[in-house]
Design a protein around this ligand. Sequence first.
Ligand SMILES: [Zn+2]
Length: 132
Amino acid sequence: MDIPRYWRLKNQRYRLQGKKCLDCGNLSFPPRLVCPKCKSRNCEKHYFKGLGTVYSHTTIYQAPDRFDHIAPYSVGLIDLEEGVRITAQFTDVLPADIEIGMKVEMVVRQIYEDGPKGPILYGYKFRPIIAA
Ligand SMILES: [Zn+2]
């Protein structure tokens, strides 16, 4: 990913910014120009809380080049509290400890380092909420 694209996506990556349709109330992530439900363009920014439940998960052993150094790692589908399903990487948890139905929260983590002199890019990942 190049730098301009990174900065353009910064809010989306750090704060889980999506869109809310003002006509039908549908929430979407990633944000879309047009409401996927009613095709309205009458949408505003919506920030998700970053809390959700694991819907499904899988562990990647053969990673694409830039993720090679962190393989194996786990990714999954997460149902946000707001009712939107997103794809994300897990962090702070062993692959074997991830369970369907587990409560998770968003944290900002390093995604990859873009070469030895390149910037370190950060984005959202999800980790289990440890019950108090
Ligand atoms: Zn709509």
